[in-house]
Design a protein around this ligand. Sequence first.
Ligand SMILES: Nc1ncnc2c1ncn2[C@@H]1O[C@H](COP(=O)(O)OP(=O)(O)OP(=O)(O)O)[C@@H](O)[C@H]1O
Ligand SMILES: [Mg+2]
Length: 247
Amino acid sequence: MSPGPRPETQTPMLCLRDVDAFYGRAQVLFGLTLDVGTGEALALLGRNGAGKSTTLKSIMGLGPQVRGAITFRGRDIVGLPSDEIARLGIGYVPEDRRIFRDLTVIENLEVGRRSPPDDASGPPWTPQRLFDLFPNLATLRNRRGDEISGGEQQMLALARTLMGNPRLLLLDEPSEGLAPVIVEGMARAVAEIKAGGVSILLSEQNLAFARAIAERAAVIEHGRLRYAGTMAELMADAAIRHACLAV
Ligand SMILES: Nc1ncnc2c1ncn2[C@@H]1O[C@H](COP(=O)(O)OP(=O)(O)OP(=O)(O)O)[C@@H](O)[C@H]1O
Ligand SMILES: [Mg+2]
C-alpha cells in the first residue's frame, strides 16, 4: 500500500518494512509497513487493541519480539537496546506517562536532559523554552509530580522527553483521558514542536486531535495496515473510518 506522496529526494526518518511483532507466541503485528518522513507527522490510528502501542514499543525495543526491518535514518535498529535507540534520537512518551512522582517538575525535566546531536537543526530544548510551550508547567515548576493533574503530568512527560532533543517523537495517545481544553493546549504544543522540525509518529484514537497535527495517517486493524494516505483522503473515506475507528 502506498504511504502517500512525498518528495523522492528525502530519506524517511523512520521506516518499518513487513514488521511482525509477538508477545511470546502471540502475534500482534502482521507485516506492518510505514514511513515517517523528515519533519513530518504521521498519525497511527486504530481501535483499542489494534496494535498502536505495540508498534511504538517495537520501534523502541521495549518488549515485543520483532521480525522484519525497522530503520531510523537509514540504520537498522531492530535488536538494539532501548537506551541506545533513544540516544540515536528517538523520544518516546508512553501511554502511562511514567513521570517521577517524587521529583518536582523542574527536576523531572533535568532528568530528561541529553545533549543535542552535532548536526541538530534547531536550538536545544531548555526548561525555559518548554515553559514557554507549556505555560501551565511554569507556574508548577516546584510542585512534585504527584501534586499535579493528569493533564499536567502528560505535558510534563512530553516536555521531559523533549529535553532529550529527539529528532523523532513517538507519542502514545497523548490526548487520552484529558479534558477538552487541555487537549486543545496539547494539540497546539505538538503542532509547534512539529513546526520546529521534529518528526512525529502519533498513536491516537481522537481523530480531531490527530487531524490537528498529522498530514498523513495509517490505520491499523487487528495488527494489519488497513489504510495509508493523506488525512484529507481518510476524512473523505467514511467506510474506512467506520470500519476501523470508533467514529
Ligand atoms: N504485554 C503483552 N503481552 C501479551 N499481549 C499483549 C501485551 N500487550 C498488548 N498485548 C495484546 O496485543 C494487542 C495489541 O495491543 P496494543 O496495546 O498494542 O493495542 P493499542 O492499539 O495500543 O490499544 P489501546 O488503544 O487500547 O491502547 C492486544 O490484543 C493486546 O491484548
Ligand atoms: Mg495503546
